[in-house]
Design a protein around this ligand. Structure first.
Ligand code: CMP
Length: 133
């Protein structure tokens, strides 16, 4: 079944010049870019996007990082795109993520992990509304 999901190419990826590399991996997989926008998050959007995490101890530095520069927001579609992109991204912690994944190949951090992708159909719907209205 085709799914639509929200992807963020995070500020660390923009700073490191990895936007093209990450987009290329999504495109080569056969996924389709439906919408794409470069923007800097603000505090309200961060709190809404990470509503499940705002109370966690890692949230303040995560928020500071996510606001630290421009990121690329995307709507991506394709067959089973939600689990497919999460598999391409790899485990949250770049140090533990498997080689061959975006984080496993390109990140050495639990926070600066290059990419966010919605984790379920419900969160994809919520996050697409939040980012693209
Ligand atoms: P993301 O998929 O955007 O969802 C929540 C984000 O919080 C995650 O990617 C990481 O960037 C960050 N994160 C999750 N767990 C931790 C942690 N234990 N320490 C620091 N950052 C974390």
């Amino acid at each position: 079944v085709s799914q639509r999901t929200l992807v963020l190419i995070k500020p660390d990826a923009v700073r490191r010049g990895l936007v093209g590399e990450i987009l290329a991996r999504l495109e080569r997989k056969g996924l389709r870019i439906e919408e794409m926008r470069l923007r800097t998050m603000d505090a309200d959007l961060a709190d809404a996007h990470y509503a499940d995490h705002v109370e966690k101890p890692f949230y303040p530095p995560l928020k500071e990082f996510m606001l630290s520069g421009p990121l690329v927001s995307l709507i991506v579609s394709g067959d089973e795109s939600i689990p497919v992109i999460r598999a391409l991204a790899g485990a949250t912690d770049g140090r533990a993520a498997a080689p061959g994944t975006i984080r496993g190949d390109l990140s050495l951090s639990n926070r600066e992990n290059l990419i966010h992708a919605s984790d379920s159909e419900e969160s994809a719907e919520r996050e697409i509304k939040l980012w693209f209205g």
